[in-house]
Design a protein around this ligand. Structure first.
Ligand SMILES: [Mg+2]
Length: 209
């Protein structure tokens, strides 16, 4: 059986949400204007994120990476990776943020992660240009579509927010933190609640028995 783990980055692997914090710091005017539009659903995530990201000067890119690098990872992450390796279960990260931000935080673990899916950023123009091979519908990074490309028999999703909702709905087993838990309850999709990756490991251990 082909079993795989698909994990969100922001607010899931990291304790804090790093992407919105980055937008507020590096594109303050665009963020002040566009974020409320996204929250009130007048603008899609896809349109809004593009607008904010493409307002950031390319000269800020290396500062963005250094701003993200020291962000704390939730406890138990290494232990979960160890456990998945023992069980030969591949671990894949799917993020709606910048690839460079994800790679900066996960640098010590890159050789243990099968793939990172995220936005690619081009810095050759005055302002950032974003590229995402899986842009569709209202999303810049369509997580469920990416998961589907792996053709796994059993998919295990780990996430924390509404941007993980499609991924969670399509997964065989879901580990959810709030506010994702709320959306799943509304849809009556079963999930396992978790606080840190030690809990994910413990619950996964008993699930696999
Ligand atoms: Mg998240």
């Amino acid at each position: 059986m082909k079993r795989m783990v698909f994990c969100d980055f922001d607010g899931t692997i990291t304790v804090e949400e790093t992407f919105v914090a980055m937008l507020k710091r590096f594109a303050p005017e665009a963020a002040a204007q566009v974020l409320p539009e996204i929250y009130s659903k007048r603008v899609t995530l896809r349109q809004g994120v593009r607008q904010m990201v493409e307002a950031i000067p390319s000269s800020s890119y290396s500062d963005i990476i250094e701003f993200t690098r020291p962000k704390a990872i939730r406890p138990g992450f290494v232990e979960l990776l160890n456990f998945l390796e023992q069980e030969s279960i591949p671990f894949i990260v799917i993020s709606g943020g910048f690839r460079g931000m994800v790679e900066a935080v996960l640098e010590p673990f890159l050789d243990r992660i099968v793939a990172i899916h995220a936005m690619d950023i081009d810095t050759t123009d005055t302002c950032l240009r974003l590229n995402s091979p899986y842009e569709s519908g209202t999303e810049i990074v369509a997580k469920a579509e990416i998961m589907a490309t792996y053709g796994a028999d059993e998919t295990i999703a780990i996430g924390d927010s509404v941007t993980d909702w499609n991924l969670a709905m399509a997964a065989s087993l879901v580990f959810a933190r709030p506010p994702l838990t709320q959306y799943l309850e509304e849809q009556k999709k079963p999930y396992l609640a978790w606080e840190d990756f030690f809990e994910v490991r413990t619950q996964l251990k008993s699930y696999l028995k």
